[in-house]
Ligand binder design. Sequence first.
Ligand SMILES: [Zn+2]
Length: 709
Amino acid sequence: MTDATRKNPLLEGEYGTPHNTAPFDRLTLSDYEEAIMEGMRQEEAAIREITDNPEEPTFENTILPPTDELLNRATTIFFNLLSCCTSDEADKLAEKLSPLLTEHSNKILLNQKLFERIKFVKEHATGLTLEEQKVLDNAFDSFQRGGACLSEEDKKRLSQLRVELSGLTLQFSQNCLKETNAYSMHIRDRAQLAGLPDTALEAAALAAKQKGVEGWLFTLHQPSYGPFITYADNRELRRELYTAKNTICCKGGEHDNRRIVTRIVNLRREIAQLLGEDTYACHVLKRRMAETPSNVYAFIRQLEKAYMPKAKEDVTDVEALAKRLEGKDFVLEPWDYSYYGQKLKKERFSLDSEMLRPYFRLEKVKEGIFGLATRLYGITFHRRKDIPVYHPDVEAYEVHDEDGSYLAILYADFYPRGNKQSGAWMTSYAEQYVDHEGKDHRPHVSITMNLTKPTEDKPSLLTLGEVETFLHEFGHALHGIFSRVRFMSLSGTNVYWDFVELPSQFMENYATQEQFLNTFAHHYQTDAPMPSELLQRVKDSTNFQCGYQCIRQLNFCQLDMAYYDRHEVFSEDVPAFEKKVWARTRLLPQLPETCMSVQFGHIMSGGYAAGYYSYKWAEVLDADAFSLFLQNGIFDHRTAARFRHEILERGGTEPPMRLYERFRGQKPTIDALLTRNGVKASATGASKEEGKGAPHTATTGQDEKSHNI
Ligand SMILES: [Zn+2]
C-alpha cells in the first residue's frame, strides 16, 4: 500500500534525526532518483537566475555558492552507499543517473554567459577575502580548463582530443586486461610447486577447478603472480612467468599498446598546449603542491642521490645470499630478485604478519586510536545508537571538542560484506560549511574498511597492516572532522592531490611507536604488552630493501615525467625510449623484449599522468611532519594544536606549501624520511641501537645538509 501523505525526506531537507544525520532507514531508491532529478532542475534554475541578472556581476550575485543544495545532498548519500552497501537495483539506477549527471555538469561548464560573468568578477572584484578569492579562482579555473577561453575552432579541437583520449585510455586498459587474462600457467606436477605457501596453492587449485582442469593454474594477476615469483623454488617456471608478465601488449597483434602509448602522450601534450601550457606536466602541476616540473626533478634527484648507495647495497645483499645458496657463479636475474629477497628477509627478521594479531584486538585498537586523538587534540568520541546507520555493522559516534562542544559525526564501517567494495576509504555524508546566516554546519564523516572479522571463537584480531589502514583512514577523517572554513568546496579533504595524503600517512607513523602501542596493544588472552624485542624486529623489517624500493619508485617517476614533460612531438620507439630513460639508474638487468610503459596503467589510463611522484612526495611530507612530534614528544599537545589549526582546519583555502610552512616553521625536507629509513644517521648521531625502545630523535633539517623540497 502506498502512503500518499509520505514525503521524500531528501526533498524536505529536515530529517528529524540527531544533527540532521542522513535518515538511511527511511530512504528508498525512488527518493534518490526523484531528489537527484529535482536537484538538477533546481540547479539549472539557479544558474539561469544568475545569468539573467541585469546587474553588474559581483562575487555575491555570481560566485557565492548556494548552501546545502538538494543535488549535492542527494548525490552524496546515494553514491557513497553505492560503494559500501549497494544492490543490483541501486547499480542500475546509478547507470541511469550517471550519464545525466555528466551531461548536467558539462552543460554548466559550457555555459558561455555564466563564464563571461565569472570572468568579469575575476577581472574586477576587489576586497575579497582569501577564501572568496580561492573559490573565485577555482570557478574560473574549471571553466578555463574546459576550454571556455578558446576560439570556437579550438574548442572543437579540444573536445575532439578529449574524446580520442578517453577512447584510447579505455582501450589501453582493456588491452592490458585481455593479455593478462589470456595467459595462464598450468601445472600438473605438485613437485614443481615446492616453496609456495598453502594459500597460494589453494588459490591455484581453485582456479584450475573453475576452469575444469586438473592440478594448478597460475595467472599474471597480482594475487597469483606475486606469491609465485616470491616463493616458487623452480627457477625455470619463475622465469617463464616473469617473462610472460613483462612482455604483454608489446608483441604485435591486436592488443599491442605501443602505438597507443605514443598517441596518448601526444594527445595530452596537445591538450596542454591548446590550453596555453608548455607541456602536459606544467598543466597538471600548476594545481599541485609541487607546482612545477623543475621542482619534481629536483625532488627526484635529491632522493636518488640519497638512496642510490643503499639501493646498490640492497642488491649486493640479495646477490650475496643467492651466491651463498646456489654457488659463486650464480647470476642474479630479474625473476630471482623477489625470491632471494624474501629468503634474506626471513633470515634476518624471522617475522610473520600473523605474529602480531593477538595484540591487535579491534575493540582495543579502536580505544587506542580514539584515545590517541583525545591525547593529541582533546576531542572525545561518544557512541550514539539513535543515529540511523545503513547497515547494522556500522557504528555512529558524536565527536566532541575539548570544551565539550559538538564537532562532528563519525561513522565507522569495519567489516567486509558482499555488497561493499574492497579496500579502505574515508568519505563524508555531509561536508562542513558556514551558511549565509553564519551558522557552522559540522561534517558527517565516515571511515570504511575491510578488516578481519570476528569468528565464533575469536574476536576480530588485526594485522599490523590493518592497524595502519585504520590509522590512515582515521587521519583522513580528522581532516574532515576539524574543518573550519566558510565554503564547502574548500572544506576538509578538498585539497590539492599531492597534499591530501599528509594527514592520513602522518597517522600511520604511530603504528610502530612503543609509547602509543603500550596504551592498548595487549595480548587478547593474557593481557601482556607487546614484547619490545618483537616490536623492534618489526620496525627494523619495515626498512628492509628500502633503498632498492625507493630507486625503483623513482625510476617510475622519471619515466612518467619523461613522457609528459615534453614540448615536442613524441615519436620514439616506446621500449627503446623506456630503456634510455632508465639507463643511468637501473639496478637489475633488463631483458630486451620486456616493456613497462605498455602496461603502466597509472600514468597511461589512470589518474597519475605527471603525478606518479606524489607517492614519494606524500611520504617525505608525512615523515617531515612527524619528525616535529618526535622532537617535541609524540603526544605533544601544542604541536598537535598547530597541526590542527594550520593544516587540518584549513582545507583547501590556501596553497598547501604555505599551510605546511606555517605548521612546521620551515619548508619540508627529505631528511626525516632518510632518518626513518635508516639511510642517514640523525643529527644527534643516535644510532638505531641507541634509540632502541625510546622515541627517536630526528634532525630538524636546519643543518647545511638539509634538502628543501
Ligand atoms: Zn589515503
